[in-house]
Write a protein that binds this ligand. Structure first.
Ligand SMILES: Cc1cc2nc3c(=O)[nH]c(=O)nc-3n(C[C@H](O)[C@H](O)[C@H](O)COP(=O)(O)O)c2cc1C
Length: 349
């Protein structure tokens, strides 16, 4: 079986992926992210990825109230690194495909062929309402149709000298975008819906899956693998995992419990309302939320052996090709992960 790929989700937004007053609070600065990227390469991770986020969730931690822009940051990180894959996020709803195509041709050149484009629809109204760029008429299915046309336009601009295209959402009139990338940038997609998985199977090289449990994750992973294959394509599947690592299981659990104590409920409400959940429903849910909600993704707590076993188990059971990792305190946590966990996952311990 091919070896698994591991990468890191960069903390491009303040607070990283912990919504808590008692968790470490990564800064949304280039200096912080640069160090994470360099360490990711140093310990032998395969990719670094950043999200694109335009509005935060408030609360006492001002969660993601500060974010850097993904493409600009990743372009700089391409210079700061030399082997790790560089995956940046692009919103199809706000960047014209001709602009995006050229940005990624440039990133592919800057990075020496390491560029990946995480294509997102732009699903969260508040981020775009504040810019006057939210089209409330578009349904979820319409947004995927728009993203599909966008992806086709970008693909053509990367390979054809002159593109004319009149679709429902985009017009290209003898549009030129040279040079073409020496190799097509990797396409990544992180949809969660059935439409998202169909998009992944048809266009993506890498699909980020989220599911309610491991059985469902395996079902989604199989679907994307098989549907991709029916289109004659290989699509790799990934999920996310936050790692709370310490010397012993007990120490790691105590650390996770401490992070949970300072849960920022206001920010949790802000996050859910931004997903479109009514404020009173979000507030009622947050009232009952426990410390584990401080983690935005599934997480593992433990000493090295427990973390190794957990990662091997979930990637095998859910038939995933890799994981994108999150660390509460990237600077403190990543090097120990690289020393005590990653070699075993690579079969080198
Ligand atoms: C790993 C991962 C990264 C994501 N990155 C972004 C992002 O940078 N910007 C964004 O607006 N949405 C992002 N999303 C949200 C997805 O694009 C998508 O809207 C969400 O998963 C809902 O899926 P659906 O569109 O299929 O309903 C991300 C999701 C995941 C799982």
């Amino acid at each position: 079986m091919a070896s698994k790929e591991y990468g890191v989700f960069l903390p491009i937004g303040n607070g990283g992926w912990m919504i808590s007053e008692t968790a470490p609070h990564p800064e949304a600065t280039y200096a912080y992210n640069r160090r994470v990227a360099v360490e990711a390469e140093q310990i032998g991770l395969d990719f670094i990825m950043s999200m694109a986020k335009w509005k935060g969730f408030g609360g006492t931690t001002d969660h993601w109230g500060q974010t850097l822009e993904s493409m600009t940051m990743m372009s700089a990180l391409a210079e700061a690194t030399s082997t790790v894959k560089i995956w940046a996020t692009m919103h199809a709803n706000i960047h014209h495909p001709a602009v995006a195509a050229k940005m990624f041709t440039t990133l592919q050149d800057v990075s020496g062929g390491r560029a990946g484009m995480n294509i997102v629809n732009g699903s969260y109204a508040d981020e775009f309402q504040q810019m006057g760029l939210w089209d409330a008429e578009l349904s979820h299915a319409d947004r995927y149709r728009m993203t599909e046309e966008w992806t086709q336009a970008v693909g053509r601009l990367w390979t054809e000298d002159v593109v004319t295209m009149k679709s429902d959402f985009f017009t290209l009139d003898a549009c030129e975008s040279r040079p073409h990338p020496a190799a097509r940038p990797t396409i990544i997609s992180a949809g969660r819906s059935a439409a998202g998985r169909d998009f992944q199977a048809k266009y993506a090289d890498g699909a980020f899956l989220s599911a309610d449990n491991l059985d469902q994750m395996r079902e989604f992973s199989r679907y994307v693998h098989d549907k991709g294959a029916s289109h004659g394509r290989e699509v790799k599947t990934y999920s996310m995992l936050t790692v709370v690592l310490d010397e012993t299981d007990a120490k790691a659990e105590a650390k996770a419990a401490r992070y949970g104590e300072g849960l920022d409920k206001e920010a949790l409400i802000g996050m859910r309302t931004s997903w479109g959940i009514p404020a009173d429903t979000a507030r009622a849910w947050a009232d009952g939320a426990t410390g584990s909600e401080a983690f935005q993704t599934p997480y593992v707590t433990g000493g090295p052996q427990k973390v190794i076993e957990h990662i091997e188990q979930i990637t095998a059971e859910a038939e995933l090709d890799g994981l994108m990792l999150i660390f509460p305190d990237y600077h403190a946590d990543m090097l120990p992960f690289g020393e005590a966990v990653l070699p075993a996952l690579r079969g080198k311990s």
